[in-house]
Design a protein around this ligand. Sequence first.
Ligand code: SAH
Ligand code: MG
Length: 203
Amino acid sequence: MDAQALAVARAVKGFMPDAEGLALHEAGLDGGRVGPLLEIGSYCGKSAVYLGAAARERGTVLFSIDHHHGSEENQAGWEHHDAEVVDPRTGRMDTLPFFRRTIEDADLEGVVVGVLGDSLTVGRHWAAPLGLLFVDGGHAQDVAMADYETWSGFVAPGGVLAIHDVFDDPAAGGQAPFHVWQRGVADGFRPLATTGSLRTLRR
Ligand code: SAH
Ligand code: MG
């Protein structure tokens, strides 16, 4: 991965250790041979830089979907809250300015296409096959499973499905992403790799 993008990815706030980010980058290089990359959950752009750098290497693009108002687990009083990303005018979270700055700093504006909106709304109107789908949006059971059900069918044959925050031990973290992974296996996706809480599968 190129040095400028890697430095930006490492510095930006987010919930992805570098080893998982690098594994995500590898998955992007893999899926990028098949078609464009798409992630659900941009937040401040950390994973978008790891994936965007891969998209650039493959001559394709990354679509990064987020309404930028945060998931349930990002709101005030919850574990993953960061007061710095609250818009003082509305009192709501707004990570869009952070995301934009990250993509600009990484020099990826030609490659990373931010999609501002609700993942299910976008998915209902989507039509293009994908080389990689990265599921890292809302982590509640119904939300994560709805993202899988809406989006997994767009992964092209040979493409990659990546899921973040997968913990098979309930003591280690929420179970929804693990249930999505199990559902993917049941639907015929073949497990490829595990790096920390990142799991990849192939269609
Ligand atoms: N991939 C990011 C982290 C994403 S955190 C990184 O590596 O840094 C989860 C994100 O999903 C939050 O920014 C939240 O706003 C977004 N999100 C949650 N539910 C969503 C939905 N239904 N549609 C679009 N975005 C959603
Ligand atoms: Mg995550």
